[in-house]
Every structure is written in C-alpha cells, then in structure tokens.
Write a protein that binds this ligand. Sequence first.
Ligand code: ADP
Ligand code: MG
Length: 239
Amino acid sequence: MSDYLELQGIRKRFGSANVLDEVNLQIREGELVTLLGPSGCGKSTMLRCIAGLSDIDGGRILLDGKDIANLPPRSREIGMVFQAYALFPNLTVSQNIEYGLKMRGVDKAARKSRSEELLAIVELTDKRDAYPQQLSGGQQQRVALARSLAVRPKVLLLDEPLSALDAQIRKNLRSEIRAIQRQFNMTTIFVTHDQEEALTLSDRVCLMNKGRIVQEGAPEAIYTKPRTEFVARFMGSYN
Ligand code: ADP
Ligand code: MG
C-alpha cells in the first residue's frame, strides 16, 4: 500500500520558537497513527497545520497525491475532533451531525439518511433530538465523531478526544473509536499524551518532543526498544 498522507519537512514557527521543526510523516490508507508526547511538544499544532487551521512556514502536505497545503480547510477533506466538545449548543444532535452536509448544499433527505446511519453507528439514535448539554461528555464526543465522519473525510484527526472524560468512559470510547475507524478503514491521526492510550490503540506510534518526531514504530517496539533516554523515560520503560 502506498502512502496516503505524507508530511514533508513541515515547519511552523511562533515568534522565534520552532514549534514544528522539519517534521516528516507518512501514513498509509486506513492506518491509525498516534502522535504521542508531552504537553507543548507540538501535537495540536501539527493537526491544526494538516487541517488548515494554521498555516505552515515550510514543507509539503500531500493527501492522496495532491499538495493540499494551500487549500482552505473545507477543501482539504479532513475531519477533526477536539478535546473539548465543540458541538453547536443551539443545534440538536441530528442538526450538529448534518451541519457540514448542509453547508455543502446536500439536500434534506440525503442529510437525514446520513445522520441516521451515523447515529446508529455511535449508538445515539434515541438522542437525535436532544441538545448537547443534555448529553454526557462521552455522548457528546460520539456526536462530535459522527459529525466529523458525516462529510466522508479522507483523513480523521483526533486531538486528545478522550482526555476530558472519566477513566471508564475513556476506555469504552477508546475501543469504540478503534472499531469505527476499522469499519470505515479511516486514515486517522490520534493525538494523546497518554502512553497507555497510544500503546493500546494504534497501528503505529510517533513519539514527539520539542517539535520533532523522535521515534516511531509499532507500539511494542517503542515501549521495549526505546532508542533514547527521553523515549525510555516517557514510555515508563526506563529503570
Ligand atoms: P501540544 O498539543 O503538544 O501540547 P501545542 O501544539 O499546543 O502542543 O503547542 C506547541 C508549542 O507552541 C507550545 O510551546 C505552545 O505554547 C506554542 N503555541 C501553540 N499555539 C500557539 C500560538 N497560537 N501562538 C504562540 N505559541 C503557540
Ligand atoms: Mg494539544
């Protein structure tokens, strides 16, 4: 399988700080890659640059063979879910899920059929007419996931989608996300600062530090064969 999303030498500065320092990353279609690393290492910035919410200062972003770095966010065909549920509070669950389709001029019947399909997948069919504040945190994140999938993005970016949730809900939702990701064969970048989450969820882990990917590989290799002391310490395999 060839690379589907390819980041080549991505650079991002804020003032004099190199927040992304020549980052290279290749992701195959259907792969779930985790970006793992301490707070402030550049994970969110990386996702924002891929989604087009931040401009890059150098490098290329290739999606399915096309350089998307200069396209506006909506033309990039990339879905994103954030840590804090960013649902529209004044729209119902269905309306939230259908929002992106409506913006793209999809007719009502097609929107309805797509949102019903996604409601079934995230098991919230009975909540279709509820408002976000009537839902638990975990349910809100399932709506956010359904909303981002509704427009059939080519890539899904998840920025610490579970970190605001309780431990048990986090575990359940972790396996739900993985199941849905596999069902759709959705190329996904999952950002977390939680080592266990990264090790259990991903096909491949990229460990970041200070704007660079310092080691990448299969989850077990990152844990058992850390190449630097930073990696060993961060993964908790240092003793
Ligand atoms: P992470 O998601 O890994 O915690 P971020 O990507 O949010 O890290 O931030 C990486 C670095 O970039 C941090 O030092 C942060 O303070 C800085 N940064 C992020 N966004 C901005 C911004 N809009 N302006 C200035 N500095 C920023
Ligand atoms: Mg972040």
